[in-house]
Each structure stands twice: as structure tokens, then as C-alpha cells.
Design a protein around this ligand. Structure first.
Ligand code: AHM
Ligand code: MG
Length: 348
């Protein structure tokens, strides 16, 4: 039990202490009767890596760590130093514990096959991740995030992983989540049984369950899209944006766009809204990556009662053909995504 103050009358009230993420993982592990605990160990490793990255992200304004590392990733974009750092921390944490047999990262050209110390490959899971999404926002002190996705391998255990293990449709995910390094740091994840959010108490380095069973409202009032690209958007998206701005019923909606997917998604899930990164004449397949960004966010969205689409169909049913594949992304409150799809269908 802890003492907290009721602001209205300053009378201390007693409240049960929230579960820690560690306690929650153990409790959930017991719910999966025949599981080996491997998935729980992966979530535990991500929890640890998130704390390490959080520490560094928080210091970004203090030390000379902000700026491009002088390298480019496979998409030809500048890597910030913190991207490289976060990538290493997550890879090392997962590799050292020998709990996954392969990792694919937005920052690496190819996947990494992980061999056990005894030379065996006995783990059954692969992890795909964007170690620091929205990193161009770091030097202006805007929230960034880590996104991760876990699949069971499809090739036989005991053999090195192959590309096939990573190119699975999103509906095969066994877990997905994100860490948001924001005004507070949160870890939000799902294993297919709803979505739970944990807030880090930085003083003691512990994540506490702060947002149990997160849910999208069916309708929302926020639309998030980079309207600077408006003239390059497909007609369906242009029409949907005009619909959002129209004075009718509960519209016009509010426009909110941070330009940091995890932050935009997190706000929309809590407040109700839709996030759109469409194709454009500049980016014919959109910008976001199916495997590292869209699939995990789609899994979380659906588990929270929301929806994720490429404008025409379910994101999680897309059969990936390459690791760094990009897709258009419409994600958020169910009715808003469906409305946007209606406009898209008119010009299909
Ligand atoms: P990144 O993976 O290179 O960081 O890019 C992804 C980010 C998302 O977080 C964000 O939603 C989007 O790019 C913003 O793009 P834009 O600046 O084109 O609106
Ligand atoms: Mg990214």
C-alpha cells in the first residue's frame, strides 16, 4: 500500500500499489499453461534494454550525443547516434541471453542469425524491431520510441534461421509492443490477450502497470497526417482530410501530428483518432516499414479494439516479400479507419 494525496482536500488516501511489469510477466506466464517461459524472458529482456536506452535518451540534451553518426541506414537515411546505440543495446540484450534465434532491425541491412553458445539454435522466436523510431525528433526534445514484434520461427529448430522466418504476415505475431520515451517512459505491449501499458518510475527503475487493458474508442476526433504532403496524396486521402475538416455533426476533427509514430499512435489510442501515412507521388509505397512499424502497431491496435489497414485491406494479412518493405498505413479508431477506407475505395 502507498499513500497518495487527494488534491481536492489534501487528505491522504490509501491505494493499492500497482503491479510491476516483472510481477505482471510472471502472472501472465502462469496463464499460458504449457509455455516454456521463453516469451516472458524476451519481454523481460526488452524491459531491461528499454531502461538502458531510456537513460541515454534522457541525457541526449546534456551530452554531445545528438547528431548523425556519419552513417546511413539501408534506406539511405542518416542514422542518429542514438539509433546506433539503441540498436546495439537491444541486439546485445537479446543475443546475450540466448532467448531468440534471429533478429531483424530497421537499422540493419540483413537479419542476424543467433547461435547458442553450444552451437545450437534452440530458441523458437525471432524479433523484428525499430530500435529508435522518430529519431530525427531527438534534437528538438520530442518523444521517440522503440517498436518490436515477435514471431515463432517457421523453419525447424536447431537450424540457422532463414529469411522465411522473418517474412511472415502480421497475424502470425505472438507479441508486439512499443516503448515511448516521453514525458514519462512507458512500455506498452500485447501477447494477443489485450494491451497493457506500464510507466517507468525513473527513481527506482521499475515499470508499473499504469494503463491496464487499453482500448481505442470506436470513434475519435483526432486525425494525424503530414498535411504538408497534401498535394502528393491519393485523391481518397485528400477527400478524407476534407471530410475531417468539414463542419458537420461532431466534425471538424482536430489535427494532431507529431511526426513520431509511437507518440502519434499512443495519443490516438488514449484519446481516439486515426493515424495516416499514405502513399504519395513522392513515396509510392508510403514511408513506414511493414515489418518493423506497421505490423506491430497493427497488432496492438487490433488488440485494443482499433483497426489497421493499408487503405484497402488488413495490414496483418499482407504477405511480406522483403525485410524493409514499405506500406501505406491507416491505423486507429475503427470507425475512422473504415471511413477513410470508404474514401479510398472510391478511387481504387
Ligand atoms: P524513421 O523510422 O526514419 O524514424 O521514420 C519513421 C517516422 C515515424 O515515426 C513518423 O510517423 C514518420 O516517420 C514521420 O514522417 P514525416 O516526417 O514524413 O511525416
Ligand atoms: Mg522507424
Amino acid at each position: 500500500m502507498i499513500n497518495i494525496c487527494n488534491r481536492k482536500n489534501d487528505m491522504p488516501i490509501m491505494k493499492h500499489r500497482n503491479k510491476t511489469l516483472g510481477e505482471f510477466i510472471i502472472e501472465k506466464q502462469e496463464e499460458f499453461k504449457y509455455s516454456s517461459g521463453e516469451l516472458s524472458r524476451i519481454i523481460n529482456a526488452i524491459r531491461l534494454a528499454a531502461k538502458v536506452v531510456n537513460y541515454k535518451v534522457n541525457k541526449a540534451g546534456l551530452v554531445d550525443i545528438v547528431g548523425a553518426a556519419g552513417e546511413q541506414n539501408i534506406q539511405g537515411e542518416d542514422q542518429q547516434k542514438l539509433d546506433v546505440y539503441a540498436n546495439e543495446v537491444f541486439i546485445q540484450t537479446l543475443t546475450n541471453r540466448e532467448i531468440v534465434c534471429g533478429i531483424a532491425s530497421e537499422e540493419n541491412d540483413d537479419f542476424i542469425a543467433i547461435h547458442g553458445k553450444a552451437g545450437d539454435d534452440n530458441s523458437k522466436y525471432v524479433v523484428l524491431m525499430d530500435p529508435l523510431d522518430g529519431s530525427s525528433n531527438i534534437d528538438v526534445n520530442v518523444s521517440v520510441g522503440t517498436i518490436f514484434s515477435v514471431f515463432r520461427r517457421v523453419t525447424p529448430m536447431g537450424t540457422p534461421v532463414t529469411l522465411e522466418d522473418f517474412l511472415q504476415p502480421g497475424d502470425q505475431q505472438v507479441a508486439a509492443g512499443y516503448v515511448i520515451y516521453g514525458t514519462s517512459t512507458m512500455l506498452v505491449y500485447t501477447t494477443g490477450h489485450g494491451v497493457n501499458g506500464f510507466t517507468l518510475n525513473p527513481a527506482i527503475g521499475t515499470f508499473y502497470l499504469s494503463h491496464p487493458n487499453m482500448q481505442y474508442s470506436k470513434d475519435g476526433k483526432i486525425y494525424s497526417v503530414n498535411e504538408g504532403n497534401y498535394i502528393h496524396f491519393p485523391q481518397g486521402v485528400k477527400d478524407y482530410i476534407k471530410y475531417c475538416q468539414m463542419e458537420e455533426g461532431d466534425r471538424p476533427y482536430t489535427s494532431r501530428y507529431i511526426g513520431s509514430l509511437v507518440s502519434d499512435f499512443h495519443r490516438n489510442m488514449i484519446k481516439g483518432g486515426v493515424y495516416i501515412y499514405p502513399t504519395s507521388s513522392k513515396a509510392p509505397n508510403g514511408k513506414l516499414r511493414l515489418l518493423y512499424e506497421c505490423n506491430p502497431m497493427a497488432f496492438i491496435a487490433e488488440q485494443a479494439g482499433g483497426k489497421a489497414s493499408d487503405g484497402y485491406g488488413r495490414i496483418m494479412e499482407i504477405q511480406p516479400t522483403e525485410l524493409h518493405q514499405r506500406v501505406p498505413f491507416f491505423c486507429g479508431s475503427q470507425n475512422m479507419v473504415e471511413k477513410a477506407e470508404e474514401f479510398m475505395a472510391k478511387y481504387k
